[in-house]
Design a protein around this ligand. Structure first.
Ligand SMILES: [Fe+2]
Ligand SMILES: [Zn+2]
Length: 370
């Protein structure tokens, strides 16, 4: 419970000292912009009522406060009331930290004991079940849902609960076997090295959901997962120049098929302003043919991608398991790389993507993140 202790105003800045010792400074213009009266703010839609350009250039005329709230009278006679609880949210470090995701990195199959493995009914019908799944996705980038009916419809119900199907050129819910529906390695029975999907999209899929509906009269086809953040962090510690290169250099990727041509360029390791890793965009197959301004840059491209690749291809860091009918695997495509061993026999998979906006929306609504 935030309690106001003292207030001071100096040079258009109002400083609040709270009882717990925190001090926060608020710019005068910020305070007027954050007025929560019914003329300035629609409490029912949580939206501001005024355009930025309508905020008047006024000054604080008078300040009154008690331990719970602060009242400002402005030079245009408007009055603004701020709750202590509201003001306390804007300590910069605390505010910034509240926006950070805190993934727990993993290497190897031991993570199997940590990720959520849950009965589909519990996931679909209980808040705690849903929380367990999204928490596992936030922490480890993977969750497993069991006892799902072996059908596209039942898988779709899971996808909807994860945030809703993200439509792409591959469709909404897709079902695929070794038949050539698309000119992509995923549609063959060859081994598939670990990768992220959609490196050629401006907005890569947030989650990938896979359900093996059938694998009859054959062997192989084991799923490989690896924590992309873990490999990138190892690269940072062991080959710092390569890490720097991959966080700055735009690697171009593309997808070509009759009537389609996707292309996108971005760093393989995306960092935010806090230098936290926010996305891995690694796919050895989808790299497009690129030109380089000089030999040095070209050599850096190969060296750094190959060094990163060595972590991802290291079997010790991979989690290998077999998808079975009834088990739906969900993974964070911004973080976890997936692949599979080669196989024979008939293998039918279905699944979909969920956009990152949509699954984080669910996690936020469950109050797992801010
Ligand atoms: Fe894939
Ligand atoms: Zn107001």
């Amino acid at each position: 419970m935030a309690v106001l202790e003292t207030i001071s105003v100096l040079d258009k800045v109002l400083t609040v000292k709270f009882q717990n010792g925190t001090s926060i400074a608020y710019e005068e213009f910020w305070l007027r912009d954050h007025c929560r009266c019914s003329t300035c703010y629609h409490a029912d839609t949580f939206q501001r009522a005024h355009h930025l350009l309508q905020i008047p250039d006024v000054n604080i005329s008078n300040v009154k406060y008690d331990k719970d709230q602060l009242t400002i009278t402005w030079s245009d006679n408007h009055e603004s009331v701020y709750k202590a609880e509201f003001l306390a949210e804007f300590s910069y470090d605390k505010w910034r930290d509240s926006r950070r995701l805190k993934p727990i990195m993993w290497s190897g199959g031991d993570v199997a004991d940590k990720v959520t493995k849950i009965h589909v009914d519990e996931f679909l019908n209980s808040v705690n079940g849903a929380k367990a799944v999204f928490k596992s996705l936030l922490d480890y980038g993977v969750a497993l849902i069991e006892n799902v009916d072996v059908s596209v419809e039942a898988t779709e119900a899971v996808c909807n609960a994860l945030g809703g199907v993200q439509h792409t050129m591959f469709g909404g819910m897709w079902e695929f076997t070794t038949t050539q529906d698309h000119a992509d390695t995923a549609y063959t029975n060859l081994p598939l090295a670990v990768h992220n999907d959609n490196t050629y999209f401006t907005e890569a899929a947030g989650l990938q959901i896979l359900h093996c509906l059938e694998h009859s009269s054959g062997s192989g086809g084991e799923t490989l997962l690896v924590d992309g953040f873990y490999g990138a962090t190892r690269l940072k510690n062991e080959h710092h120049d390569d890490f720097e290169f991959l966080t700055n250099f735009d690697v171009e990727a593309e997808y070509l098929e009759d009537g389609h041509h996707y292309r996108y360029s971005a760093p393989v390791i995306k960092l935010d302003k806090m230098k936290d890793i926010t996305q891995i965009r690694f796919n050895v197959y989808d790299r497009s043919a690129m030109a380089f301004p000089n030999d040095e840059e070209c050599r850096s491209y190969y060296r750094s991608l190959r060094n990163l690749s060595r972590y991802y291809e290291n079997p010790e860091f991979q989690w290998k398991f077999k998808l079975k009918p009834g088990l739906v695997m969900v993974m964070d495509n911004f973080r976890v790389l997936h692949g599979r061993t080669g196989f024979n026999g008939k293998r039918v998979l279905c699944g979909s993507y969920v956009s990152r906006s949509d699954w984080l929306n669910k996690a936020r609504a469950l109050r797992l993140i801010q």
